[in-house]
Design a protein around this ligand. Structure first.
Ligand SMILES: [Zn+2]
Length: 421
């Protein structure tokens, strides 16, 4: 018999060929390819003993009934970026499906239902806005997004309808009945840490919060040939000094990452001293307070650097997204499941956003990262080892068993409290 990890890899290969364009993987929200992928996956879900439905925005949901009223949600997304790899999103859905398939093969019912959710939009390729699927499922959908248009001028509202969705019920959320035990997502790491640690999987501590800032420096433009070096007010030199300050400040803070990805000089000519400079800052950290401290420190340093060069600075915070901590109890169970599978537990934050961050509006969340080759993602070169996929399935299987054990003993203690006077 074929082992489960092989099936998962083969299914990721198969899904990797369901695309809007030949020769590369492109599967945006509401596309024909997304409909096809949903059909294929729902067939697999039914084969694993699940009933399937689609929610108001078109997320695909498979339900494996349990013996109790509560539900655990496991899943990830089925949409992709343009020229995507085969594992970002798809792997999480396929591992979740594989775990249910194993329960079904063993004829085992858990004391809770397991819902496998395949979100229809995480990457935001078509409408330039992320997490349409999981925000709708979590009941956190922002209706103002419905007027967003894709590159052909089709508004999101029309795309939702064409995809079989229901605009009037979008804000109601995708979960239909019963209390939730939580949401657990398996995802490729999209970074190099697990590979460096030589570990197949890691437990996510938090999805990093993020600050996006626009910084400007103004000095005085002048002739590159006639103005002596002494006394210049070169705005780009101030920006350059500050960029290096950002790098060293972030390095001094464990877990912080800071990036200047865009920079411009004005007027922008080879023979003119820059009178102005502008650059971006993307700052991320698993703890909001630490991120805010670092952001305030950098703002102060921007002012000091500007002043020391006779320049002025502008500091404009464009976006603040709070961190989403993983649930300590679910994460502890995941950690135990990793140990029971024979591996040390490595805990790490997620630098990238995930559906789990949206699902946190609805329930407790946890995530398991799977090592991926050289940390490469959003790229057809994305690659995972079959053995690592096997470990992820084993960990999730043990996680479900631990959760079931907890639920059973909770039921027992409730029942014994009811009989005792
Ligand atoms: Zn993803």
């Amino acid at each position: 018999m074929k082992d489960t990890a092989t099936t998962v890899i083969e299914r990721c290969d198969l899904l990797g060929n369901i695309s809007e364009e030949p020769g590369l993987l492109v599967r945006p929200y509401g596309s024909q390819a997304m409909n096809e992928a949903n059909d294929v996956v729902s067939g697999w879900m039914r084969g694993a003993g699940m009933t399937t439905r689609r929610d108001k925005i078109g997320n695909l949901i498979g339900c494996y009934e349990g013996t109790g009223d509560k539900t655990l949600i496991v899943g990830s997304h089925l949409d992709t970026v343009r020229d995507a790899g085969k594992y970002d999103g798809q792997l999480g859905v396929m591992v979740a499906l594989a775990c249910v398939q194993q329960l079904h093969n063993r004829g085992e019912r858990l004391p809770f239902s397991v819902e496998v959710v395949a979100f229809a939009d995480e990457e935001g390729l078509r409408f330039g806005t992320t997490f349409l699927g999981s925000s709708a499922y979590a009941g956190a959908f922002d209706k103002s997004r419905l007027s967003l248009k894709d590159k052909n001028g089709v508004p999101l509202s029309q795309a939702v309808r064409a995809f079989g969705g229901d605009l009037d019920a979008l804000e109601n959320g995708g979960h239909e009945n019963g209390d939730l035990l939580g949401y657990c997502e398996v995802h490729i790491e999209q970074g190099p840490v697990l590979e460096q640690k030589r570990l197949p999987v890691g437990v996510v501590t938090a999805i990093n919060g993020q600050s996006r800032v626009r910084i400007g420096f103004s000095g005085e433009a002048g002739h590159a040939g006639t103005v002596p070096m002494e006394g210049r007010r070169d705005a780009l030199c101030a920006a350059a000094e500050f960029v290096l300050e950002i790098e060293s400040s972030a390095k001094a803070q464990p877990e912080a990452v800071a990036t200047v990805g865009e920079i411009k000089a004005f007027p922008g000519a080879i023979n003119v001293i820059p009178g102005g400079a502008e650059h971006s800052l993307d700052l991320r950290h698993p703890e909001d307070a630490a991120r805010e401290r670092l952001r305030n420190h950098l703002e102060q340093r921007a002012g000091e650097i500007a002043a020391s060069r006779g320049c002025e600075h502008r500091w404009q915070v464009r976006q603040e997204t709070p961190a989403v901590p993983a649930d300590p109890e679910l994460s502890a169970l995941l950690g135990r499941a990793v140990e029971d599978s024979g591996f040390p537990v490595h805990r790490l934050p997620s630098g990238a956003g995930h559906d789990a961050a949206q699902m946190a509006a609805l329930t407790n969340v946890a995530m398991l990262f799977v090592r991926c080759k050289e940390g490469i993602s959003h790229n057809p070169a994305e690659s995972v080892k079959k053995e690592d996929v096997g470990v992820a399935i084993e960990v999730m299987d043990r996680f479900l068993a631990l959760l079931a054990q907890g639920e059973r003993s909770r039921h027992q203690s409730e029942a014994s409290q009811e009989v005792s006077p």
